[in-house]
Ligand binder design. Structure first.
Ligand code: HSE
Length: 439
């Protein structure tokens, strides 16, 4: 059978991982593909650096091994797109720019399959990409775009086609989870933990995407499309990150037998999709609370088959590369058997805050008699049922305590806080922090 030719665009952390696996496992991968597969070309701006760092033969790089200008690189990319010996293009450049967007579309129009880890591109500009793949009868492989090596796309797309996904909740950003785990288990401060995550190759080129919830939001948007058939406007997805989480929040969560995790959440409720990315307190009897480091874990709840967990390496070069290679092998073997045309539905996207959750609200207050009573009275007046009130910490010039509630909405909490501010303007020394509790 004809050799299946592959080209890699961008040979950084993930792209070089793909090259290495293809070179290391070549004959086994060809067996699994039931046809010879061959890495034919790599385009990268700094071939020598990448070749030396990753032990990839220099002659695989376009341009004879010399550093390329962006114009030269784009010339080689055009050659690849029209090269009949290239069947599949791996896109590991990253970003959402117009140039890369047209490279992906042009490759598909030239009947090349495309495999990518580019969650930002799919979440923000994916519609035309899915459509172009379908129109041109080529496969778009994007397993690596969500949760690195964890095969969550295949699980939902193939494994659950006989069921209906009702809820997804999960840890989908390795960097944030790594930072929160370091803070919780080792007392590391936020900045040092972030540096360690960057050094380990988990963080995005721009790590603000990781800690602001943006990267997790990209992944959730992709899963919402796949699982619920809802193509969302990414900007309309509510995203909060971990940048405001302090040691004190983690300690208070600990006292309540919870861990703080950055949770991607989406649930189908009466024709609507309630979704958000935000830090949540996760009860210790929930598996997600025990997921530490850069590990990702996604819980999927289905109508007929119930609860499932998918856990594994969610970030890192070789880990993400292994997912890309899986898509390459699958495409080489089955061609366009996989149709990515998820039937789309008219569903409204709403902020998960509009629905009820139990919350933990931390109050920093003036340290004087009657304060706890004033706060809990204001909460009760909003018909919020209180579950627990923690002890007061008198560790600064103020008293800090938290109130755990039974399920209520964020609006009820905001109204309670507004009442406290109105009735006792000097009482709150900081904005109260309300974190939903995932049971
Ligand atoms: N920066 C991402 C993370 C890598 O930390 O999860 C995988 O998308």
């Amino acid at each position: 059978m004809k050799t299946f030719g592959i080209a890699i665009l961008g040979c950084g952390t993930v792209g070089s991982g793909v090259a290495k696996i293809l070179l290391d496992m070549g004959s086994v991968l060809s067996e699994r593909s039931a046809r010879p597969i061959e890495l034919r070309k790599i385009v990268d701006l700094s071939p020598k650096k990448s070749s030396e760092k990753n032990n990839i033969p220099l002659d695989l790089f376009c341009g004879g091994g010399k550093d390329l200008t962006p114009d030269e690189a784009s010339g080689y990319i055009s050659e690849i797109i029209s090269d009949k010996d290239v069947d599949l293009v791996v896109e590991t450049i990253g970003g959402t720019g117009d140039y890369l967007f047209s490279v992906i579309l042009d490759a598909m129009k030239a009947k090349k399959h495309v495999v990518t880890a580019n969650k930002a591109m799919l979440a923000e500009r994916g519609s035309a990409i899915y459509q172009t793949a379908q129109e041109n009868g080529v496969t778009l492989g994007y397993e690596a775009s969500v949760c690195g090596a964890v095969p969550i796309i295949k699980a939902i797309r193939e494994g659950f086609t006989g069921d209906e996904v009702q809820e997804i909740s999960g840890i989908m950003n390795g960097t944030s989870n790594y930072i929160l785990s370091k803070m919780e288990l080792e007392g590391t401060d936020f900045k040092s933990a972030l540096k360690m995550a960057q050094k380990a190759g988990y963080a995005e080129a721009d790590p603000t995407l990781d800690i602001s919830g943006g990267d997790a939001g990209h992944k959730l948007a992709i899963l919402i499309r796949l699982a619920f058939g809802k193509e969302i406007e990414y900007k309309n997805l509510r995203k909060e990150g971990i940048q405001d989480i302090e040691r004190e929040d983690i300690e208070l969560a600990n006292e309540m037998d919870c861990s703080i995790k950055l949770i991607c959440y989406a649930r189908k409720v009466e024709g609507r999709i309630a979704a958000s990315v935000k830090p949540m307190m996760v009860k210790r009897n929930n598996l997600l609370s025990k997921v530490h480091g850069a590990t990702n874990c996604v819980e999927v709840i289905n109508k007929y088959s119930g609860r499932h967990y998918f856990m594994g390496a969610g970030a890192g070069g070789p880990e993400t590369a292994s997912s890309i290679v899986a898509d390459i092998v699958f495409t080489a073997r089955y061609g366009t058997v996989v149709d990515n045309s998820t039937p789309l539905r008219q569903l409204e996207l709403v902020d998960a805050d509009q629905f009820e959750f139990p919350y933990n609200i931390t109050f920093s207050t003036a340290d004087r008699p009657g304060v706890t009573g004033l706060v809990t009275t204001a909460i009760g007046a909003q018909k919020i049922n209180i579950d627990t009130v923690s002890h007061n910490r008198h560790n600064r010039k103020e008293a800090v305590f938290s109130v755990a509630t039974m399920p209520c909405t964020m609006q009820q909490i905001k109204d309670a806080v507004a009442t406290i501010r109105k009735d006792s303007p000097e009482l709150l020394t900081e904005e109260p922090k309300a974190i939903p509790i995932l049971q």
